[in-house]
Design a protein around this ligand. Structure first.
Ligand SMILES: [Fe+2]
Length: 378
């Protein structure tokens, strides 16, 4: 109760068909020339936004790949450098939003993206940024973090207050066409944010309330959204869950689960959401005793929908998460994605390098702990 927290959050416009407000927002920001940054697969949505912005000069950059490298970011920065744009719209999942917000800022900073990896290296504010997610998971639209793959296929991270969006425009209707696999994996990323921020040493009553709401919504709606993508209520709940979980982890931080996920995601080229899902049960097991009471609450919220609370045998949080993964079609075995015992030392060292995450973990983590954890991985 004595903890004083500096709570950060960008401006958010949230709701079904919120995208229809885009022209009003662009007008109120006095923007003249806009670059929409997206992927080729999302070109129809970008075109829809361009149509809503008739009367403004709008270009589309659609060359962002599924796992963007620093090379892609550099190309995007070059397109913005001499283009005279004043506003960037990032459209798609977190990986595209990460490129969009970094490009919008780095086009006004000298040097290469390498110069700005790490914490608070960026000196100049960039172009205005509107971030529009079409997935429900990463929370990138509300955070000041961008993640990329470097030349050695390692995940590298950039943190800066300049990476915050001027506006996060979140429209659950845009997620209706999301395929089952992406719905499942991004939904598990949101769950990782919610659980890790909830048990974080840096959690506060403000962040805990958001984390709990996200867990409740995911327990109620993730399976429904995967089973029937056209279920707008489930999609709305998942968009809301991803948003509030994003704000919770922005302020309370993630921890061991994401440190493990960054290591395996880079090593085996696994999507961020799937990496988070695969490592979540192991991280939760590691923290089971230190965060026992909180993890009981997590279990209760995830099981509520199916009335599993009433069953005689209480499931652990890790079992509950594994069951959820099964119910949404995620194969939870890391061995099926390339994991080999010979890689354990390297994976453990990469995990330990994410000290900014591990510092928030409720149980102290050592290299030996992480090696033992990976020895149990199937
Ligand atoms: Fe994440």
């Amino acid at each position: 109760m004595d903890k004083i927290q500096n709570f950060r959050c960008p401006r958010i416009v949230f709701g079904n068909r919120a995208i229809e407000k885009i022209a009003d927002e662009i007008k109120s920001q006095n923007s003249k020339k806009i670059m929409i940054i997206t992927s080729k697969s999302n070109r129809p949505n970008a075109q829809k936004i361009r149509d809503l912005l008739s009367g403004f000069e709008v270009e589309i950059f659609d060359a962002v790949e599924p796992e963007p490298s620093l090379g892609t970011l550099s190309k995007c920065i070059e397109s913005l450098k001499n283009g005279g744009h004043d506003t960037v719209i990032g459209l798609w999942g977190g990986i595209v939003l990460d490129v969009a917000k970094a490009a919008a800022v780095l086009c006004k900073n000298p040097g290469t993206p390498h110069d700005y990896l790490g914490i608070d290296k960026i000196k100049n504010a960039g172009l205005k940024k509107i971030l529009i997610p079409t997935t429900s998971g990463t929370g990138s639209e509300v955070t000041h973090v961008s993640v990329f793959l470097d030349e050695n296929k390692k995940k590298v991270v950039m943190y800066s207050p300049y990476l915050f969006a001027d506006l996060a425009l979140i429209d659950p209707v845009l997620t209706l066409s999301l395929p089952k696999k992406i719905t499942a994996e991004t939904g598990m990323d949101a769950l990782g944010h919610a659980i890790e921020s909830y048990i974080s040493l840096n959690a506060s009553p403000l962040t805990e309330s958001l984390s709990l709401k996200a867990i409740e919504l995911i327990g109620k709606s993730l399976q429904l959204a995967v089973e029937d993508g056209s279920n707008l209520e489930a999609r709305y709940n998942m968009s809301l869950a991803a948003t509030v979980a994003g704000i919770a982890f922005l302020n309370a931080g993630c921890n061991l689960g994401h440190a493990l996920a960054l290591a395996v995601g880079g090593k085996y080229n696994i999507s961020h959401g799937l990496s988070v899902a695969l490592m979540m049960p192991y991280a939760v097991e590691f923290n089971a005793q230190t965060a026992e009471e909180k993890l009981k609450v997590v279990c209760g919220l995830l099981c509520e929908k199916k009335g599993e609370k009433k069953s005689k045998k209480k499931k652990s949080a890790a079992e509950t998460i594994r069951d959820l993964m099964k119910s949404i079609g995620i194969d939870g075995h890391l061995t099926n994605y390339g994991f080999r015992a010979e890689d354990i030392k390297e994976l453990a060292e990469t995990t330990m390098a994410a000290s900014r995450l591990l510092v928030n973990n409720p149980r102290k983590v050592t290299l030996e702990d992480v090696v033992r954890l990976f020895e149990r991985v199937k």
